[in-house]
Design a protein around this ligand. Structure first.
Ligand code: HEC
Length: 140
């Protein structure tokens, strides 16, 4: 092998290593950002709720006749807004900041929060509301 060819091969190898290093570096940087993002904005959790019980409560209370709810059987109606990507919402029914206690309040007393709106009070118990809220905040 000529000296020139050996040098070319070597510089190509060094270039490849450099590119690999850059790729690795940015992957690490991205991972670090993702991690930092999670620390700044932790997922909303609802204390004491059970998402699986919540899932079945949507049918019991008839929520599914008005709302589309991902992962819930036959919940594909459009009378009310679809409850997709719930955790990303800023407001509940445009009235209350989207946080667990406010969601529980809305689910139990929508007519008190926003009199005359089309969602009826359904006599939802505190624990059922808590379970449904748990399910909604766990949606992607
Ligand atoms: C008769 C139809 C109807 C039923 C039954 C109903 N809703 Fe609603 N729901 C609505 C309407 C209409 C709105 C929009 C109210 C507003 O924005 O003022 C709404 C709003 C909501 C919101 C806020 C949505 C948003 O985008 O801010 C949630 C959460 C919700 N409903 C959950 C439920 C759950 C859980 C049940 C069952 C316990 C239920 N709803 C039962 C019609 C209904």
């Amino acid at each position: 092998m000529s000296r020139l060819r050996r040098m070319r091969l070597m510089s190509r190898a060094i270039l490849r290593l450099g590119i690999l290093g850059l790729a690795l570096g940015s992957a690490l940087a991205l991972a670090a950002c993702g991690w930092a993002g999670n620390v700044e904005r932790p997922a909303v959790t609802v204390a004491g709720g059970d998402a699986e019980l919540g899932r079945s409560a949507f049918a019991t209370y008839g929520c599914i006749s008005c709302h589309t709810i991902p992962g819930v059987d036959r919940a594909d109606a459009h009378v009310g807004p679809p409850l997709t990507e719930w955790a990303k919402r800023g407001y509940i029914a445009g009235r209350l900041p989207n946080e667990p206690d406010n969601l529980i309040r809305w689910l139990r007393y929508p007519q008190e929060v926003d009199p005359g709106n089309a969602m009826p009070d359904l006599d939802v118990t505190e624990s059922d509301a808590r379970n449904m809220a748990t399910y909604l905040y766990e949606l992607d």
